[in-house]
Design a protein around this ligand. Structure first.
Ligand code: ZN
Length: 138
């Protein structure tokens, strides 16, 4: 078995302000803004921009307790994580556990758009924060 992601679902980018960041993506890059959603469990407000089959996910902290707020405090704005779309996320997480890959979430939690998501620990991935994402069936 392998994780076998179907694609890079999205790239998460930490920003201080969606309002200040969005015009670059929409007016200069010309990407389609698909909407903004609050994810209260993560204390983060997320804007989605479509680039072909992939999305850019801009992440703005909703409070100082948000993981995105501490990321920006430590490292400034920039690339936060890469999300890989998978099927059967529970099975993939237990497989990763068996491979001694450290998981931030052993069980998936609810992400934006009702997707099931879980993060792998950067200690096990060469310092890249990867998210596995299984979208909600239509
Ligand atoms: Zn994400």
């Amino acid at each position: 078995m392998t994780v076998s992601p179907s694609k890079v679902g999205h790239i998460g980018i930490a920003v201080r302000s969606l309002e200040a960041s969005l015009p670059f993506y929409t007016d200069i890059l010309g990407l389609k803004w698909e909407g903004t959603e609050d994810v209260p469990s993560e204390q983060v407000r997320v804007a989605f921009l479509k680039v072909g089959e992939t999305r850019i996910e801009l992440l703005e902290p909703m409070s100082a307790e948000s993981a995105i707020a501490s990321f920006i405090a430590k490292r400034g704005e920039g690339i936060h994580h890469i999300a890989l779309d998978v099927e059967g996320i529970e099975e993939k997480l237990s497989y990763l556990g068996e491979q001694q890959i450290q998981l931030i979430h052993e069980q998936p939690k609810q992400g934006a758009h009702g997707a099931k998501v879980a993060f792998l620990h950067p200690k096990s991935t060469g310092s890249v924060l990867y998210e596995l994402c299984e979208s909600k069936p239509e």
